[in-house]
Write a protein that binds this ligand. Structure first.
Ligand SMILES: Cc1cc2nc3c(=O)[nH]c(=O)nc-3n(C[C@H](O)[C@H](O)[C@H](O)COP(=O)(O)O)c2cc1C
Length: 510
């Protein structure tokens, strides 16, 4: 039962839990045909980005402007472009993208806002994944209004381009109803993970902006707020411009928390939560110009007395000369559909954890040592090990600062994982199942109900790093957004305050 003092975010989480008793009702959906996963505009002009994908030998042989176009073209295809074609019985092929998406429904849309530079005249652009082009649908100066909508975020003072990721809610709600909001934010987190790495490949640095005036931004982009809304913004610093090498700053802003809300009907929860977690121009938002370093490194959250501790320090994954391996990994990543019964090595698991939680180990290879998240300090990681050589089967807490796995329960959980993942074989057959969790009450106390977006964006972002590390190591990997929420905690021994946000399975592909 939800107590009266429960915040809206907790209420939403509670109401959208899958439970063995209610799953039948919650799994109903899919009324009418699947919404189209692409946007079309009637007015505007197209800028084809495909020709620049041939500029493999970018600098120094490529002329400067073509090279600049190639950087933007690669940035976008690596972030959210089409990367595979799947034939269907109905005739029309189905396309998969660089970022995974729950159910392949692709609710996210990517927009570029330009202040006006040599490459892109001022205006608004929609990334058309289907044709790998930009659609310029607004030809005027909007940067100042955009800055205002982002509460004058300091990164926008110096940058000339920004990315806005929006969600067309019904694309995902069509199948997943209200719980779609979780998956939409996880999807966008994956996309932001690609953006972070694709930016490093192309000499950009995205500065994440999670706090913005929603309606002002939606109106700026001409979104229909009844169906679509901005979820994340990233100022895109061009690292080849000295003045755009900017300090890291705060990314997330609090919004109020509601504890007094009317009864909300099933099917209306998603829209209610989204609307209620919007900021407006009158919100009192101030950005610090720089992040203050914490006086002491925060400790790992859980330390169980006398538990078995397994060090996870690892050699960094090698991404090849000029990070070529990273680009090919982003473009070839796929969600594994079936695992074999072959175990993972402990070295592989350690390398996955290293890439995901220790970006600072990858600075010497040209990656960002401190990429932006909304607030990673809110997220915890647990790993259910079923088939890792050298590691007892059981459930572990991953302590990122100490770089060790701390055992919570000894047991081979394969049958339970099958059940917890709604009977999906991926859960049972994976060598390791990774859970991202957060203490929702504490998170809401810091950021209000808007934290629900932040937590899922960050969990998705971590999920994308896990996906890419696994792909590079020739392992299989897949996200799982459908699970019996409370039972995961009970069965695996994950503390009950930790709301499960997301699951990533890894193993040897069949
Ligand atoms: C948030 C999220 C949740 C997902 N949940 C599941 C799941 O429960 N079961 C599953 O088999 N795949 C799941 N997937 C994988 C998608 O089905 C997959 O990304 C999509 O079909 C596109 O294929 P691709 O990842 O190979 O590009 C999930 C992916 C994401 C990003």
């Amino acid at each position: 039962m939800v107590s009266p003092a429960t915040s809206l975010a907790e209420h939403f989480h509670q109401r959208t839990k899958y439970d063995p008793d209610t799953i039948g009702r919650m799994a109903r959906g899919m009324k009418g045909p699947q919404p189209e996963p692409y946007k079309t505009y009637r007015l505007g002009t197209e800028i084809d980005l495909k020709p620049y994908l041939e500029e493999r030998d970018r600098q120094p042989t490529t002329p400067r402007d073509r090279w600049a176009w190639a950087r933007l073209s690669y940035l976008l295809i690596n972030t959210y472009g089409l990367t595979a074609r799947v034939a269907t019985e109905a005739g029309d092929p189905f396309y998969l993208r660089a970022a995974p998406s729950a159910g392949g429904l692709y609710p996210a849309e990517v927009y570029l806002v330009s202040r006006g530079n040599a490459l892109l005249p001022a205006g608004l652009y929609n990334y058309q994944a289907r044709s790998h082009s930009l659609w310029r649908f607004w030809e005027d100066h909007v940067w100042q209004s955009f800055q205002e909508a982002c509460f004058w975020h300091p990164a926008l003072e110096h940058t000339q381009l920004a990315i806005v990721v929006t969600a067309v809610f019904q694309r995902s709600a069509w199948r997943y109803q209200d719980r779609a909001y979780r998956r939409i934010c996880l999807d966008i987190g994956h996309l932001l993970g690609n953006l972070e790495l694709a930016a490093a490949l192309n000499d950009y640095r995205p500065h994440l902006i999670g706090g913005f005036a929603d309606t002002a931004l939606n109106q700026l982009l001409y979104l229909d707020e009844t169906t679509e809304g901005a979820i994340a913004v990233a100022a895109l610093a061009d690292l080849l411009q000295v003045e755009q090498n900017l300090p890291k700053t705060v990314t997330a802003q609090p919004a109020p928390s509601q504890t007094d809300f009317p009864p909300i009907a099933d099917g209306k929860l998603l829209a209610y939560l989204h609307q209620a977690t919007c900021l407006d121009l009158a919100s009192n938002v101030r950005w610090p110009t720089q992040v203050e370093a914490p006086p002491t490194e925060p400790e790992d959250k859980y330390n169980f007395p006398f538990c078995l501790k397994i060090p996870t320090r690892s050699h960094p994954i090698q991404w090849g000369t000029a990070l070529e391996g990273l680009e090919s990994t982003i473009l070839s990543r796929r969600s594994t559909r079936r695992y074999s019964s072959v175990n993972l090595t402990l070295a592989d698991l350690n390398a996955l954890l290293d890439f995901t939680y220790h970006p600072e180990h990858y600075q010497s290879q040209g990656l960002d040592a401190t990429p932006d998240y909304c607030d990673l300090g809110l997220i915890q990681t647990f790993v259910a090990v079923s088939g890792v050589d050298g590691l007892d089967a059981g459930c572990y807490y991953y302590a990122p600062r100490s770089q060790e796995l701390r055992q919570i329960r000894f047991k081979n959980f394969r049958p339970e994982l099958h059940y917890l993942c709604l009977g999906q074989d991926l859960g049972r057959d994976a060598a390791a199942v990774i859970f991202h969790t957060a203490d929702l009450k504490k998170a809401v106390a810091t950021y209000g109900d808007r934290v629900y977006r932040y937590l899922h964006l960050d969990a998705g972002h971590l999920g994308q790093r896990l996906n890419l590390a696994a792909t590079q190591l020739r392992l299989g990997v897949s996200g799982i957004g459908g699970f019996f929420d409370d039972q995961v905690n009970e069965v695996l021994g994950i503390p009950e305050d930790e709301a499960v946000l997301y699951i990533t399975t890894v193993g040897q592909p069949a």
